[in-house]
Ligand binder design. Structure first.
Ligand code: DCP
Ligand code: CA
Ligand code: CA
Length: 644
């Protein structure tokens, strides 16, 4: 691996990207001032409009006021939110051009990518005896920090490049500066080819790490590239505001400014590494210490495809979500979007997301408070994802919700895992078959179309099953395990806890779902309560002991189940770290393991809501102790079934 100080990194970023995509599609817009809006908010401004004072993140009307001749195009709207798929596809076209030349490309956003071009530079530098004159003539869109003025004056630019190249290639010149000059030639070629093939103009930054390449890219735009050599860093940092550095635009940058009193990057130089580590944490402290000196060890991770796939929606305070119906509609819509894209990604890139991140913002006391939760993702089932997201977000419905996001991430290789997406297709076909033949009517008489796979791919899936659903709760039942369980307990309503102890772990867990569910019902019904008391008197002493320590036993069993899923081998290549319990799980057991958490969490939620309802006396089915009203309150759980 190349030493981080020896690398040559470029960042290529498309100019006013959404505007260029629209102009390519509508050539009549060429050279006209143009903005692209989404719900009347300006997202992209072309350089003709920027020259007339139009800026981003203002309303389309306001932009039009500033520039009456402005052309305004809206991002297409799909299911009530912006559909950016055509811009994403256009960004991918650019990546396709680059990947013909470079194998280390990291796509960083819809319109930018980092390239590690160290080996390309080394090949090129040795390929011919370069003359300074030739290099200068080819760096015709290039600026060099420390040698070119900030304005775009062509003569100043050219003089600066001339001086820098001659200095770098004379006898005392620095090897790294020469490499950067050759990198400049390579990137000029890339940019020309992008224009030739895709008709998009772009800008680039070239330096020896990602942070500096990104910073350099923004210094001269559009259709320009900027080289940032090590000699240019101290001068640049002496006046560079902290938030201009990629990773210092947010919270940490704010803290550097507010609590350390730094205004420009050079102000950070007065702090020792220990000082910074003490103030922040060890990792952040040493990162800040390095960045202040122009050092960044982060590698370009070859990644042509995004790290996560998500769908999000922001709302103004006026439009904020305040009721469960609206929340459900939006959660369903975002979930459909994200699942469609995840499935497409699965087909195209043979990978699957193993994490689901559900984020949202509530407006409270004049501030937007962010909340986020990451769960294991066992499959791309929109109904299941929507119900998980809904159950999490709906807990905050007492505050206006101003942003929602659902994203799949932490992708893992799915080359040998055709069952993952196919599972749902199999389920669909299977349920059609079942409902046509009627063979499984006893199994789930109320909703054959909701039936789940009974055999097949070998993974255990805990799915929602309507035949076990009450007004108040949903019980997760795995049908495959359920079939086995029925062989042991023909009447699942009367499972003997003593026998449960003797079962293999996965059956124990499933049996417990039934036991819990029945015990919830028994809390509600005095008649059942008596029956159960009689039953528990009849069980052997061992059993009464086990029920007195049921919670610790249950924990023990759960930990057994966890152990069952966790491989104790040292072969970490086929293992994934679970985001929920942080344990390393064997790849082929991961889906199974995820389902364990999903079932466990939902079961916990159901139990919590039931016990709080019971203890606060809210329930009506309590033997008539609470007055019944005719008005049926819509419970959160009733939203779990999307077809209602
Ligand atoms: N974009 C968006 N939402 C944002 C920011 C940007 O949808 N909050 C879209 C519109 C942009 C595209 O992403 O065209 C790329 O964003 P950039 O920040 O790279 O901005 P531009 O490419 O528009 O302009 P520039 O020429 O400054 O790179
Ligand atoms: Ca851009
Ligand atoms: Ca960008």
């Amino acid at each position: 691996m190349v030493d981080s100080e020896e690398r040559i990194i470029a960042l290529i970023d498309m100019d006013c990207f959404f505007c260029q995509v629209e102009t390519r599609e509508h050539p009549e817009l060429k050279a006209k001032p143009l903005v692209v809006t989404q719900f009347n908010l300006v997202l992209a401004v072309n350089y003709e409009a920027k020259a007339l004072g139009v800026t981003r993140f203002i309303s389309g009307n306001k932009a039009k006021e500033k520039c009456p001749e402005l052309e305004v195009i809206s991002v297409p709207i799909l299911r009530g939110k912006g559909d950016v798929s055509k811009y994403r596809a256009a960004g991918q076209e650019v990546i396709e051009v680059l990947r013909h030349h470079c194998s280390i490309i990291e796509r960083a956003s819809v319109d930018e990518a980092y390239l590690d071009i160290t080996s390309l530079v080394e090949e090129k530098i040795d390929s011919v005896a370069w003359s300074s004159k030739e290099i200068i003539s080819k760096l015709n869109h290039t600026f060099v920090v420390g040698y070119s003025a900030d304005d775009n004056d062509e003569e100043t630019r050219n003089n600066g490049v001339d001086r820098w190249v001659r200095e770098s290639f004379d006898d005392l010149g620095d090897v790294q500066a020469r490499k950067l000059a050759i990198a400049g030639l390579i990137v000029e070629q890339f940019r020309a080819e992008i224009y030739e093939k895709c008709k998009f103009r772009c800008s680039a930054g070239i330096s020896y790490n990602k942070v500096l390449a990104k910073l350099a890219c923004g210094l001269h735009k559009p259709n320009k590239q900027t080289i940032l050599p090590a000699t240019g860093v101290p001068d640049l940092f002496s006046s560079l505001p902290i938030n201009r550095i990629r990773s210092l635009g947010g919270k940490i940058g704010k803290e550097v400014v507010e609590s350390l009193g730094c205004n420009v990057m050079a102000d950070l130089l007065k702090f020792s590494q220990q000082d910074l580590q003490k103030h922040f944490d060890e990792k952040t402290g040493s990162k800040l210490y390095n960045i202040a000196r122009g050092i960044d060890h982060e590698q370009v991770t070859p990644r042509l495809i995004c790290k996560s796939i998500g769908a999000s929606k922001n709302f103004s305070i006026k439009q904020a979500i305040t009721d469960l119906d609206t929340l459900k509609q939006w959660v369903d819509s975002l979930t459909d979007d994200v699942c469609g894209r995840l499935e497409q990604d699965y087909e195209e890139n043979h990978r699957r997301a193993s994490n689901l991140t559900i984020s949202y913002q509530c407006h409270q006391a004049g501030k937007n408070i962010s909340q986020s939760r990451t769960l294991p993702l066992a499959g791309y089932n929109p109904e299941r994802i929507a119900s998980q997201a809904f159950s999490i977000i709906s807990k905050s419905i007492d505050k206006p919700i101003v942003a929602l996001s659902i994203a799949g991430g932490k992708f893992i290789d799915a080359q040998n895992d055709g069952s993952f997406v196919n599972y749902f297709k199999t389920v669909q076909k299977r349920s059609e078959k079942i409902s046509n033949s009627g063979t499984d009517e006893n199994f789930c008489p109320d909703s054959p179309s909701e039936d789940r796979e009974l055999e097949g791919i070998g993974n255990i899936y805990f799915e929602e099953n309507d035949c076990e659903k009450t007004d108040d709760s949903k019980v997760l039942i795995n049908n495959r395990v359920n079939v086995k369980l029925r062989e042991i307990f023909p009447d699942l309503d009367n499972i003997d806890p003593v026998v449960v102890e003797l079962l293999p772990p996965e059956l124990q867990e499933e049996a417990r779902v039934h036991l819990n569910f029945r015990s919830k019902l028994s809390i509600m019904s005095p008649e059942n309560k008596i029956k159960n008391e009689e039953k528990s008197k009849a069980v052997k002493p061992k059993s009464s002991k086990s029920s007195s320590s049921s919670s610790s036993k249950c924990e023990k069993n759960q930990s057994n189940i966890k152990k069952f899923f966790v491989k104790n081998s040292s072969d970490s290549s086929s293992m994934i770290r679970c985001c929920e319990c942080n344990q390393m799980i064997l790849n082929e057991k991961y889906l199974e393991h995820c389902d364990y958490h999903v079932a466990h969490n939902l079961q916990k939620d159901i139990n919590q809501s039931l016990s709080s309802e019971v203890s606060s006396g809210k329930r009506n089915r309590d033997g008539g102790n609470t007055p019944k009203t005719n008005k049926k309150k819509k419970s959160i759980e009733s939203y779990f079934s999307r077809d209602k």
